[in-house]
Design a protein around this ligand. Structure first.
Ligand code: GLY
Length: 337
């Protein structure tokens, strides 16, 4: 079967690879096939089904959990993508931070640790950290390595072309164009700005992903094996690409309040990107009409949801079977199918 995928970000590439594995004649179209414009380039790569599901659209939780289960094998097949399953330590600095965190930890059924128990797990934490909770099933990957591996897997099947109208395309079409999906389909996908920093220092300062709040400033710290620490991310309902003094200040202030040893790290990169958000901030996965399937709007969870999205969309295209898991995510919930 011939299938066109519009969009060469992490979702479009994962779908393309899955279709290729199942012997479909797939082509992925992207205006910049080797580019760095996608949300994946900015993403830290936390695979955090618990941390990202709290109090969200409730149907999201089983989808996040199902994709998290697929990640170990998906990473294994792709090769070195920085997969690390050390887990996430969530922490709170002040009494107010702890009051907010307790609700999330209870929702995730995590045990609250004292500050010193949290420091036993992660000695670089500030002595001011009041409490923590450890999520052992959360993981991380390096999204830039994931995309490079997916591009290699699709060698020769990624074509440079800017699709501006779906009527240009023949046959089955999958639209996985992130924020660009809105203009192609009319679906309500908005840009949610995120500023993010990459610090660089001696490897080993942090052993886990650290996710937390310091005086109301939320931050996550994602340590890579080579000494990079990704510090993310602002979440702003804006479409501009400005890197702002306030955004960088808040990220660094929270990072250094929680892990003072990061002050010796070099600032290696500051970047801005946009998450594709929907009205309920859950993805859109399903048929728009007889010919077009949409897989977009993954907001904060594009990296985590790539394997399950690829599997569900490939099932839909090749067998016509819609897994009940996607019932809650169809374009029809916004009156668009
Ligand atoms: N998944 C984390 C973020 O979007 O910032």
């Amino acid at each position: 079967m011939r299938v066109a995928v519009v969009g060469g970000g992490i979702i479009g590439l994962a779908i393309g690879r899955e279709l290729l594995r199942r012997n479909a004649d797939v082509t992925v179209y992207d205006p910049a096939p080797a580019g760095t414009g996608g949300a994946w380039h900015v993403a830290a790569g936390m695979l955090a089904p618990g941390g990202e599901s709290a109090f969200e659209f409730p149907f999201l939780e089983p989808l996040l959990a199902a994709s998290n289960e697929l990640w170990p094998a998906f990473a294994d097949e792709l090769g070195d993508v920085g997969y690390d399953d050390a887990g996430t330590l969530s922490v709170a600095l002040t009494a107010d931070d702890l009051a907010e965190a307790r609700r999330e930890w209870a929702h995730q059924k995590l045990t609250t640790l004292t500050g010193s128990q949290a420091r036993d797990l992660e000695p670089a934490l500030s002595p001011r950290v009041r409490a923590g909770a450890f999520a052992p099933t959360e993981r991380q990957v390096d999204p830039r390595k994931v995309v490079a591996a997916l591009r290699r897997a699709l060698n020769g099947r990624i074509v440079r072309r800017n699709i501006s109208n779906l009527s240009e395309m023949e046959g089955r079409v999958i639209v996985a164009a992130g924020c660009g999906t809105a203009t192609l389909t009319g679906l309500p996908i908005r840009l949610v700005k995120g500023q993010i920093l990459r610090l660089r220092g001696e490897p080993g300062l942090l052993k886990h992903v650290v996710d937390g709040a310091a005086d109301g400033r939320h931050v996550y710290l994602v340590p890579r094996a080579d000494g990079e620490v990704v510090v993310g991310a602002t979440q702003e309902e804006r479409s501009d690409r400005a890197i702002t003094a306030g955004g960088v200040h808040d990220l660094l202030r929270a990072a250094l309040d929680l892990v003072p040893g990061l002050s010796e790290h070099e600032i290696a990169e500051w970047t801005v990107g946009h998450r594709p958000g929907t009205p309920d901030n859950a993805p859109i996965i399903g048929a728009l009409n007889d010919r077009v399937i949409v897989a977009a709007g993954h907001h904060r969870n594009g990296v985590l949801l790539a394997p399950i999205t690829a599997r569900l969309v490939a099932d839909l295209v090749l067998t016509g079977a819609a897994d009940p898991l996607i019932d809650a995510f169809t374009p029809g919930r916004f009156g668009c199918a």
